[in-house]
Design a protein around this ligand. Structure first.
Ligand SMILES: NC(=O)c1ccc[n+]([C@@H]2O[C@H](COP(=O)([O-])OP(=O)(O)OC[C@H]3O[C@@H](n4cnc5c(N)ncnc54)[C@H](O)[C@@H]3O)[C@@H](O)[C@H]2O)c1
Length: 345
């Protein structure tokens, strides 16, 4: 079976991560080209991962070279146009979260990929993390009974890139950091979200020089699902202390916890007065190493075996709808029904 030839679009933080993952861990996927309009980053990432064919636009790559699929790791406002152009040229699409800024953009992406019969997979790597996947399988098997309360948190160590701290270009941390929790809680609840209430706060923005309107670095959301289940989601970024992602699901019969505060399972001792030191994960690539590998293996397998991915456009669209409802909730200081944002765009 032929390998899948992949053009990487975006050579920044996640572009580097996925290029390295494909090169080292996914033998069925060949990275054949790299696109980034920012030439310094294009060449730095191209050199690092030995990607010879480099272009400053997707249009130039389409004109000059042959490939089967794209992996899109660019800022959110570019997702719609890049995904639609790739799909219209018959390329399979792996798209980083958040899917887009608006539901109309999500619909354009879903329509283009469906009409052109190409795979669309969203970059929700937690679906592929061994711990998250095992928890979901146990819930499916009925071990803890029907989920009643889900608590999910993501705390990231540092500020994201500048475009991601501006609500206008990113939809803020709800989208940039907590998209993963929005997807996880809906996945674990196995139900559509009904209503959200969100509070935000800005504790460190001024000292870090972030001046964009409505910027927040702390977020707390409550979600009610149609099943009756409830979720709480907390987001803190920058939290400074490390990368922290944990979930607790309380069912009618029992409880499942995913993740823990400590990272690598080593214990260090250099001083009996300081005692034992247990590391925390430093960054998201460390915590979700296996999720990032397995999601790209899955993308390549879906293309080679003509299967639909386990996490696709509708999942991306739901997460964007929850971002929009949550944002409206804190701006208008009230609970917001998902129906309000889904019928009003
Ligand atoms: N799954 C995860 O865990 C995770 C983690 C962080 C970020 N992300 C997502 O990945 C995406 C990228 O984030 P990042 O942190 O790598 O951003 P980044 O700013 O580090 O990198 C983005 C790159 O895209 C390039 N770019 C901009 N417009 C482009 C275009 N039209 N064509 C090609 N390249 C273009 C930029 O020059 C930059 O090099 C975002 O959607 C973000 O939300 C996902």
């Amino acid at each position: 079976m032929a390998n899948v030839r992949i053009c990487m679009i975006g050579a920044g933080r996640v572009g580097k991560l996925h290029s390295g993952t494909l090169r080292r861990h996914v033998p069925g996927g060949d990275v054949v080209a790299l696109v980034d309009p920012f030439e310094r980053v294009l060449n730095e990432t191209g050199d690092q991962f030995e990607i010879e064919r480099r272009y400053t636009s997707l249009e130039a790559a389409l004109d000059a070279t042959t490939f089967d699929a794209v992996v899109i790791t660019t800022p959110t406002p570019t997702h719609r146009d890049l995904a639609v152009l790739a799909a219209e040229n018959g390329k399979h699409v792996f798209l980083e979260k958040p899917m887009a800024l608006t539901l109309a953009e999500c619909d354009d992406i879903i329509t283009a990929t469906t009409n052109n019969n190409v795979v669309l997979q969203m970059g929700f790597m937690r679906r592929f993390d061994p711990d998250f996947a095992a928890a979901w399988e146990r819930i499916q098997a009925g071990e803890i009974g029907e989920p009643m309360i889900i608590k999910s948190l993501t705390h990231g160590p540092g500020l994201p890139p500048a475009w991601a701290t501006d609500l206008k270009t990113s939809n803020g941390n709800l989208a940039e950091v907590n998209s993963h929790d929005l997807d996880t809680t809906r996945w674990m609840a196995a139900s559509a979200p009904l209503r959200m209430y969100v509070e935000v706060a800005n504790f460190k923005g001024a000292e870090r020089g972030v001046t964009s309107e409505h910027y927040y670095d702390n977020m707390f959301a409550t979600v009610k699902f149609e099943s009756g289940a409830m979720a709480s989601i907390s987001g803190v970024c920058p939290c400074d202390y490390g990368y922290d992602s944990r979930v607790e699901i309380v069912g009618k019969k029992g409880i499942i916890q995913i993740g823990e505060l400590k990272g690598e399972s080593i214990v260090v001792c250099v001083d009996r007065d300081h005692g034992l030191v247990t590391p925390i994960f430093r960054r998201w690539p460390d915590r979700f190493r296996w999720g990032y590998i397995r999601e790209l293996e899955h993308f390549v397998d879906c293309i080679r075996h003509e299967r639909a991915p386990i996490v696709g456009g509708e999942d991306g669209r739901w997460a964007v709808a929850m971002v929009l409802a949550g944002t409206r909730s804190f701006l208008e200081e009230r609970p917001v029904y998902l129906q309000e944002v889904m019928s009003d765009y």
